[in-house]
Design a protein. Structure first.
Lengths: 583, 201
C-alpha cells in the first residue's frame, strides 16, 4: 500500500495500469487530457527503463481511438480509451455498436463531462450514452474512488463481456487528493477472440448479439444492487436523498447543518439524518431506490450533470412520493453543482460572506496569448474581407485556442460549432449562395475531422477558402503533438485533390501581414476549393520545446562525460525519441 | 481544524504551482488536502481560480463554499476582489500589489489597492520586488507563499521541504531562489501581517 497525490484523471490512469493495462488511446480534450498524459509518460518511462510493454498514444480522433481499443480487446488485452464528453459523439458509432460485441480484453471508456462548460460547447451527460448503449457506467466522486473504479471496471468488462464506461466530471478530473493504491495485476496474455460471430455485426449475428445484451441487463442490475459503489444508508424518512457523483460530496458538506434543521423541525430524539442512497454504479439499483423511497415524505435527487436519475424516477405517471431536483427547479438545471446550490436546495440559509468588492469589477475572459500566430492570421483574414459586402462573406471557425478569435479584439469568426464543422459549414454556405465562404481550422482539428469536409468541397468543387492554422501543436489542451508533423500537411491537402496552385503556405506573422492579406484575397476570388496553410509555431509549444531541448542537451553532456560504456541506455533513449510518441 | 483557501490570479502567473507548494507542505504536516485546478480554455490569460482545502479530517468536496474561505491568496490585486464572496466575514486577503493589465477597462490601481486595504484583515505584498531581491523574477508566487505562511496552519519547514521536493531536483537554482523569496517575504511582513485566527501560527 502506498499513498500518492493524484488528479482524478491521474487516479483513473493509475487504476488502469494496476488493472494490467496494455494499451491506451484517446484524443485530447479538457477535462480528460491528463489521463492519457499520465499513461503516455508511463509508456515512455517503461520504454527507457523496462517493464511490461504499454502502448499509450493520442489518435487522430475519438472514433479511431475507440476502434483501436476494440482491436486491442479482440486481441485479448486490457485497454482504456479516453475522451471528453463531446468526443463521445464522434466515437458514438463504435461505442454503441461495441456493446453488442463479445468483449475479450477488458475495455474501459473513460469519458470526462464538463458541466458549466468551463472548456466545452455543451453540457451533455455521458450517463445517457451508457444507458442508450445498455452498458454499465461507474461514476467516482473522489480520487480514491476514481482509482478503485478504474480497477473494478476492467474486471466488470471482462466478466460481462461488455465495454464499461467510467464517467468523470471536471471538478474531480482536475482536483488533487491523496490516493491509497494497491498492487498491480499482470497484463493479459495475447490471445485473440475465437468468437467471430461475436465480433462481426452482420444483421443475422447482430440480432443474436443484441438478444444477449438484453439478457445481460438483469445481471447488470443484480450487480448494481450489491455494488459497494451504491451505498444505501438508513435514517429519517420525512425527506430521503439520492445523490450521484459530486452531488454526494456537496450533500455531505452540508449534512450536519441539514440534519440539525430537520431535528429542529421534526423534533424526536437522536440523529435526524435522512435515509440516503448514493449511486456510483449504473444501471441504478432499482430495488434499493424503491426501498429507500417507500414511506418517504419526499425525495431529493442531487446529481452532477443533467437530471438523468431524476428523469428515470419521475417517468410519466403520477408519483406517490414528491420528487424534487433539477426538473422542478429545486436545483439549477444548468451548470455544475457546488456546495452553495446544494445548500440552498436543502433549505439552508446561505453562509455569511465578506462584503463584495465596493465597485463593479471588469471581467477577464480568456484570450489569445500576446504574439500568438492565430492573432496574426485573424488580422489577415479581417483585412482580406474588409473590402467585401459582409452579406457576401461567411467566416466559420472551429474548436481550439483560435475559437478565442471570436472575442474582441479580433471578433472574426461568425460560427463555432464542433470539431471539423468550419470546412463543411463553409461548403454549405457557399452552396446557399455566399460568395466568400471561409473555414478556419487548426492543424489538429483538421486531422480530427476536417479532412472529410475538404473531401466534400473537392468533390463538389465548392468555392470555399479553408485556412488551416498550423501551429504544429494541440495548444489548447497543453501542447500535445499534432498527429502528423507540419511538413506533411501540404501533401495531405493536395492528396485530397485541392489543385496545387490553390494550396498556399503563408507565415502567420505581423511582418507578412500585407502579403498574407493579398494571398487570402486571391484565393477568395477563386471559384473552387483552396487551402491556405498559415504556419507558425505556437509560442507555448516553442517555450516547451526550448526547455526540453535544454534539458536533453544537459542530460546528453552529463552522460557523455560519465562514461562511454552506457550505450544501451543511450540507444533506448534514441528509440523513444524517433517514435515521437506515436506508435 | 479546517482551512479553506481561494487562490486567484491570471492564467500563466503560476497560481497552480503556488497551490501545489502549500498543498505539499500541508501533506508533509500530515493534513488532508483537496486541491481543485482550472485547465484548458479557462486558463488562457483569463481569470484563474484554484480551491485549496486543508483539514485534519477527511474533506467531503473539492470546492470551497461561499463564505467558507479563511484566506484569499492572490497573485494579482484585481483578482483578489473578484472572489470576496468566497471569503468568511473575518477572512484574510493576501494579495500581490503589482497589477496585470491585459484588459482595456482595468480600474485605477489605487482604487483596487484601497479596497484591499479597507478589508478588516488584509496584507499587500510587493511580491515582484521581493522576487527580484531573491534573485529570480519568477519567484513572485513564492514571495506570496512566504507572506501567507505567516498565517497558514502549516509549518515553515514543511513549505521549504515541499519546495525542495517539487522543484529541487529539476532546478536547484530556482529552488534556492524560492526559499530566499519566502525568507525575505516573511521578514518583510512579520510585523504587518494580520494575526492568524486563534493565534495559530
Amino acid at each position: 500500500m502506498q499513498d500518492l497525490v493524484l488528479l482524478g484523471d491521474e487516479a483513473v490512469a493509475l487504476g488502469a495500469l494496476h488493472a494490467g493495462l496494455s494499451a491506451a488511446y484517446g484524443y485530447p480534450g479538457t477535462p480528460s487530457t491528463e489521463i492519457m498524459e499520465y499513461l503516455i509518460g508511463e509508456g515512455e518511462r517503461r520504454g527507457r527503463s523496462g517493464g511490461p510493454s504499454l502502448v499509450a498514444s493520442w489518435c487522430a480522433n475519438e472514433k479511431t481511438a475507440y476502434e483501436a481499443a476494440l482491436g486491442a480487446s479482440f486481441a485479448g488485452k486490457r485497454v482504456i480509451v479516453t475522451m471528453k464528453h463531446v468526443g463521445l459523439n464522434v466515437a458514438a458509432d463504435p461505442f454503441v455498436n461495441s456493446a453488442l460485441l463479445d468483449i475479450k480484453g477488458g475495455l474501459v471508456l473513460a469519458v470526462a463531462d464538463d458541466p458549466t462548460m468551463h472548456s466545452s460547447q455543451d453540457e451533455q451527460d455521458s450517463r445517457f450514452y451508457a444507458d442508450f448503449a445498455m452498458v454499465p457506467c461507474l461514476e467516482p466522486r473522489s480520487q480514491q474512488e476514481a482509482y478503485e473504479m478504474a480497477v473494478a471496471a476492467f474486471a466488470l468488462s471482462e466478466e460481462l463481456a461488455v465495454p464499461v464506461m467510467l464517467r468523470l466530471t471536471t471538478r474531480l478530473a482536475h482536483a488533487r487528493a491523496s490516493v491509497e493504491v494497491g498492487d498491480a495485476r499482470p497484463q493479459n496474455p495475447l490471445g485473440k477472440s475465437a468468437n467471430r460471430p461475436g465480433w462481426s455485426l452482420l444483421p443475422g449475428y447482430a440480432r443474436k448479439r443484441y438478444e444477449l445484451l438484453c439478457a445481460k441487463q438483469s445481471e447488470m442490475e443484480r450487480r448494481s444492487e450489491s455494488s459497494p459503489f451504491n451505498a444505501l444508508t438508513g435514517g429519517s424518512k420525512s425527506t430521503v436523498v439520492i445523490t450521484a457523483g459530486l452531488g454526494g460530496n456537496y450533500y455531505e458538506e452540508n449534512l450536519e447543518d441539514f440534519a440539525a434543521t430537520l431535528k429542529a423541525k421534526d423534533g424526536g430524539a437522536g440523529d435526524r439524518r435522512p435515509a440516503r442512497l448514493h449511486v456510483g454504479f449504473y444501471p441504478a439499483p432499482e430495488k434499493a431506490i424503491r426501498e429507500l423511497c417507500s414511506g418517504a415524505g419526499q425525495v431529493i435527487v442531487i446529481e452532477e450533470g443533467q437530471p438523468f436519475l431524476e428523469k428515470k424516477l419521475r417517468g410519466v405517471l403520477e408519483q406517490s412520493v414528491p420528487i424534487r431536483g433539477k426538473l422542478d427547479g429545486l436545483l439549477p438545471l444548468q451548470g455544475e453543482l457546488n456546495p452553495d446550490t446544494v445548500r440552498a436546495a436543502l433549505g439552508l440559509p446561505a453562509r455569511k460572506s465578506a462584503p463584495p468588492s465596493p465597485f463593479p469589477l471588469p471581467g477577464r475572459p480568456p484570450q489569445l496569448c500576446q504574439g500568438c500566430p492565430h492573432g496574426d492570421s485573424y488580422q489577415a483574414i479581417k483585412e482580406a474581407v474588409s473590402g467585401y459586402d459582409p452579406a457576401t462573406v461567411s467566416i466559420n471557425a472551429d474548436i481550439g485556442c483560435y475559437a478565442l478569435g471570436a472575442l474582441p479584439p479580433f471578433s472574426v469568426p461568425e460560427t463555432l460549432v464542433c470539431m471539423g464543422a468550419s470546412i463543411s459549414m463553409a461548403g454549405g454556405a457557399a452552396d446557399a449562395g455566399i460568395e466568400y465562404a471561409i473555414g478556419v481550422i487548426g492543424d489538429s482539428t483538421f486531422y480530427h475531422s476536417g479532412l472529410t469536409g475538404l473531401v466534400d468541397a473537392v468533390s463538389m468543387h465548392r468555392a470555399v477558402t479553408v485556412v488551416i492554422l498550423d501551429n504544429s501543436i494541440v495548444a489548447m489542451t497543453g501542447c500535445q503533438e499534432t498527429i502528423l508533423p507540419s511538413p506533411k500537411l501540404r501533401a495531405v491537402v493536395e492528396g485530397i485533390g485541392v489543385e496545387p496552385e490553390h494550396v498556399v503556405v503563408i507565415e502567420a506573422s505581423k511582418m507578412k501581414l500585407a502579403e498574407n492579406v493579398e494571398a487570402i484575397r486571391r484565393e477568395l476570388e477563386y471559384r473552387g476549393p483552396s487551402v491556405i496553410i498559415a504556419r507558425r509555431e505556437c509560442l507555448e509549444a516553442f517555450r516547451l520545446r526550448k526547455k526540453k531541448e535544454k534539458r536533453e542537451a544537459e542530460a546528453a553532456s552529463k552522460s557523455a562525460s560519465a562514461s562511454a560504456g552506457k550505450g544501451r541506455d543511450g540507444a533506448a533513449g534514441c528509440g523513444a525519441n524517433s517514435e515521437g510518441g506515436r506508435a | 481544524m479546517t482551512y479553506d483557501i481561494i487562490l486567484a490570479g491570471v492564467g500563466g502567473q503560476g497560481v497552480l504551482s503556488l497551490a501545489a507548494i502549500i498543498a505539499k507542505a500541508s501533506m508533509i504536516d500530515g493534513l488532508y488536502v483537496r486541491q481543485s485546478e482550472v485547465h484548458g480554455m479557462a486558463q488562457r490569460g483569463g481569470a484563474v481560480l484554484s480551491h485549496l482545502r486543508i483539514a485534519d479530517r477527511p474533506i467531503a468536496g473539492d470546492l470551497v463554499p461561499s463564505g467558507g474561505a479563511d484566506m484569499i491568496l492572490s497573485m494579482e490585486p484585481l483578482e483578489s476582489l473578484r472572489y470576496l464572496p468566497y471569503l468568511k466575514p473575518e477572512g484574510i486577503v493576501v494579495s500581490a500589489t503589482e497589477p496585470l493589465v491585459n484588459i482595456p477597462d482595468y480600474p485605477e490601481l489605487e482604487k483596487v489597492l484601497g479596497a484591499i486595504r479597507a478589508m478588516p484583515r488584509s496584507l499587500l505584498v510587493d511580491a515582484s520586488g521581493i522576487a527580484k531581491e531573491a534573485g529570480s523574477p519568477k519567484a513572485v508566487n513564492m514571495a506570496l507563499a512566504g507572506a501567507a505562511s505567516l498565517m497558514l496552519p502549516v509549518k515553515l519547514a514543511s513549505i521549504e521541504r515541499g519546495i525542495d521536493e517539487l522543484f529541487g531536483a529539476k532546478d536547484p537554482q530556482a529552488a534556492a531562489a524560492s526559499r530566499k523569496a519566502i525568507e525575505l517575504s516573511r521578514a518583510a511582513h512579520a510585523s504587518s501581517a494580520p494575526a492568524p485566527e486563534g493565534g495559530r501560527r
